[in-house]
Design a protein around this ligand. Sequence first.
Ligand SMILES: O=C[C@H](O)COP(=O)(O)O
Length: 265
Amino acid sequence: MATTSGRRPLVAGNWKMNLTHLEAIALVQKIAFTLNEKELTAVEAAVLPPFVSIRGVQTLIDGDQLDVAYGAQDISVHDSGAYTGEVSGAMLAKLGCRYAVVGHSERREYHHEDDATVNAKAKAAFKNGIVPIVCVGEGLDVREADSQVEHCTAQLTAAMEGIPADQARNVVVAYEPVWAIGTGKTATPEDAQEVCGALRDKLTDLYSGDLADAVRIIYGGSVKPDNAAALAAQPDVDGSLVGGASLDGEQFAAICRFARGAAGA
Ligand SMILES: O=C[C@H](O)COP(=O)(O)O
């Protein structure tokens, strides 16, 4: 459904390494039955389970015709071959994944993924018809130096290197200040708007204003029902990437409703 900005808000639950495949199915059922059809039309609700749960989630969503999107938390840069533990874009596409997260700060930190890897993963996603959710965000040191805009826009520029406009138009960008992830510290709505607005301006520089207006830019970092409305009310914040609160169906649904309300839907 078109909103006042023309962008349908996206609320994506990044479950990280939580929930068995049985718990995953139960949570998707809970989300789908908590939100009504109108709410699920106004806001795109998506879940990002661990790889092993994607097949179960797909079977449920397809079988019951649920209006919930799903995707993966990562994607390999490789097409196929001897890459133990990796999961390719083709495999995810076959499972019906709409999204793949790339560049999450936990991948950058614990798996040493650099900007070139993030760029390669974004390309691998697009190559397989999957929308990358490109994560950018500054650490506390960068925030304290007041360099968050330069830092995040540079990460976005690197992530989009060589990606043509017809693909870039569909990208989702997630601004996740590292200091706010899982810490209970949330960026203020103004903090989120500052960086999300700058990211949109960067997309205008890299591509065009028309393309930048179409791209959804979401915020992540301790999003909860009690701060979701104020964040979603910012003009350049088109939803959220939710970690901890996405593991609770009621909380996740409440965040979706706030995103819908902020969009005036
Ligand atoms: O991808 C989600 C983010 O890392 C946010 O996680 P959080 O909501 O638990 O802070």
